[in-house]
Design a protein around this ligand. Structure first.
Ligand code: NAD
Ligand code: USQ
Length: 404
């Protein structure tokens, strides 16, 4: 039954845009391990932002050339790497698609941190130019190349907004009654909470437009917060290790709390910790991408949208769980973000479950993997990078001014 639900498992040629990143690297290895022919495309901008922020992945990630060489040595499989800026090197992108003729293009190549996107006008403008420009380039390049590649884009749960939903959030589309009484099924209204999240809403409109106008085949995956570090593939060799962001800009909440717990420093809960968010483990990110690749929309179908989440949890509940396990204090600090104090969140993830996904939920057994990674590399942690360093507006910056 699973094999049937799993769709066509025939090996495919896959471009992974953003394949050097936290989600992209383990996904590239997983796809290669499953027998697909993988080409990683990345401009290494994330590594440059590390330099700009004076911070680094807690884990010692290797250059792409070393990563690919190690994968070849360990498994005998090839992953090729192309250094290319999806948002700026349009002609090269078209040439690459023409040459490789991929069946699928997985698009991770965006600036993905909400705090970084809110830091300054420069980072706001960069995030919009890079993310929206890159997605638009990708659509144009697929059309110009004449290659009927299926685009699988990493969107975010944040497109739905984080007010209280008042019911289960469906997968992408909702039924509405328009003025005049006409019934319709439309994209769920977008309600972003940061410039970064706004780019994902703009992306969604681009997919919708190019799908309608040029029949592009697109799957948009509204993913929750990813946690964990390594996967069975990245754990095969030290040189394949995944990146681990712990700083106030790029570190995401559960990984940050696990890092803080292992370091013995108080947990940084923002505001009341009343935000409820969706979570997914990094190993399931890779599995979901393959399920999406194996189940492309049919020609003429509208944009396929999946909610890529395992479960929802409240931030302070996660903090209490980590505090109980590690004995560290929970520190409630002023919220650097403009967000609701409390929200409820109920999300459908039926589509992936119907395709055979049995998602990993917050399993304290898996916390050990992250804790061990942190303990091993704790000497690489710069404690000064733990507190928030980006603020949604002046009022929030002033409220956080005394933090140290
Ligand atoms: P990441 O920053 O670790 O990886 C993104 C990669 O894309 C980086 O290697 C970067 O160098 C590359 N990149 C960025 N702009 C590029 C460009 N113009 N040309 C070529 N390469 C470019 O981020 P991640 O955590 O791996 O996230 C990947 C995707 O998944 C993002 O689109 C993000 O929005 C989405 N997502 C992530 C999470 C999460 O919790 N990490 C959750 C939901 C959705
Ligand atoms: N938070 C804390 N303490 C911290 C860090 C965060 O209380 O130390 C809170 C935040 O205020 C927020 C929640 O935890 O309410 C989540 O923050 P986050 O940084 O873990 O997640 P977010 O900014 O939403 O972004 C991350 C990824 C992004 C992805 C998104 C999925 O960086 O790429 O799109 O998760 S989602 O949140 O479902 O939209």
């Amino acid at each position: 039954l699973f094999a049937e639900a799993n769709g066509s498992a025939a090996p495919k040629k896959i471009l992974v845009l953003g394949g050097d990143g936290f989600c992209g690297w383990p996904t590239s290895l997983y796809l290669s391990d499953q027998g697909h022919d993988v080409v990683v495309v990345d401009n290494l901008s994330r590594r440059n932002i590390d330099l700009e922020l004076g911070c680094d992945s807690l884990t010692p990630i290797q250059p792409m050339e070393v990563r690919c060489q190690a994968w070849k040595e360990v498994t005998g499989k090839d992953i090729r790497f192309v250094n290319l800026d999806v948002a700026k090197e349009y002609d090269l992108l078209v040439q690459l698609i023409e040459k490789e003729k991929p069946d699928s293009i997985v698009h991770f190549a965006e600036q993905r941190a909400a705090p970084y996107s809110m830091k300054t006008s420069k980072t706001k403008r960069y995030t919009v130019d890079n993310n929206v420009g890159g997605s638009n380039n990708l659509c144009c390049a697929v059309i110009d190349s004449g290659v009927d590649a299926h685009i699988v884009h990493l969107g975010t749960m944040g497109v739905y907004g984080y007010g209280t939903s008042g019911g289960e959030i469906p997968e992408g589309y909702i039924d509405v009654i328009l003025p005049g009484g006409r019934e319709s099924n439309i994209l769920h209204p977008a309600y972003p909470g940061s410039v970064y999240h706004a780019t994902k809403c703009l992306d969604a409109l681009l997919w919708q437009f190019y799908n309608k106008n040029d029949q592009l085949r697109v799957t948009d995956l509204h993913q929750g917060i990813v946690w964990g570090t390594n996967t069975p593939q990245t754990a095969l060799d030290e040189r394949l290790i995944n990146r681990f962001d712990y700083d106030g800009d790029y570190g995401t909440v559960l990984n940050r709390f696990l890092m803080q717990g292992a370091m013995g420093v108080p947990l940084t809960v923002y505001g009341t910790g009343g935000q409820t968010r969706a979570f997914i483990h990094i190993s399931d990110t890779a599995r979901c991408i393959e399920l999406a690749i194996n189940n492309p929309p049919k020609p003429g179908d509208r944009v396929e949208i999946f909610n890529q989440v395992a479960e929802t949890r409240r931030v302070r509940d996660i903090a209490n769980l980590v505090a109980k396990l590690t004995g560290v204090e929970v520190n409630y600090i002023p919220n650097p973000r403009q967000e609701a104090d409390e929200n409820e969140l109920d999300v459908s993830n039926k589509k992936f479950c119907n395709l055979g996904l049995d998602p990993i939920t917050l399993d304290t057994g898996l916390f050990d993997e992250v804790t061990e990674v942190v303990k091993k590399y704790k000497s690489r942690c710069n404690p000064q990078k733990i507190l928030p360093a980006s603020f949604w507006n002046k009022k929030r910056a002033e409220a956080c001014a005394d933090l140290d």
